[in-house]
Design a protein around this ligand. Sequence first.
Ligand code: SF4
Length: 123
Amino acid sequence: MAKEVNVTCVGCPLACTVKLSIDENDEVIEVAGNRCKQGKEYAIEEYKNPVRVLTATVLTEGSEQPLLPVRTDTPLPRARLQEGMSQLAGVKVKPPVKSHDVIISNFLDTGANIVATTDLLSR
Ligand code: SF4
């Protein structure tokens, strides 16, 4: 039996509600509500393979800043975000670190890197 899924497009401030009709094989058979082609592509991808940039903080050692804000440099599959947060909970970073420095490369074997979003200075 077909089902309907609504996806809010984030491609521009209009934030169109894109309605997807999904068949019993989990295939998208109809798309409506998008005002442009980008919205159609975004909604299908968001349904089939949702991804998010992971943002978090990690502990530091040897700095007056107790935490360093970090993020992935490319989006991760949404299903792996919790695993990523758990991994980062055990990470400690020492200064000096510059904004955009890679803290962990190939994070969770996804090809994404964890990068600093600010500098981390020594005491
Ligand atoms: S569907 Fe197109 S017009 Fe609508 S929010 Fe997405 S990018 Fe903007």
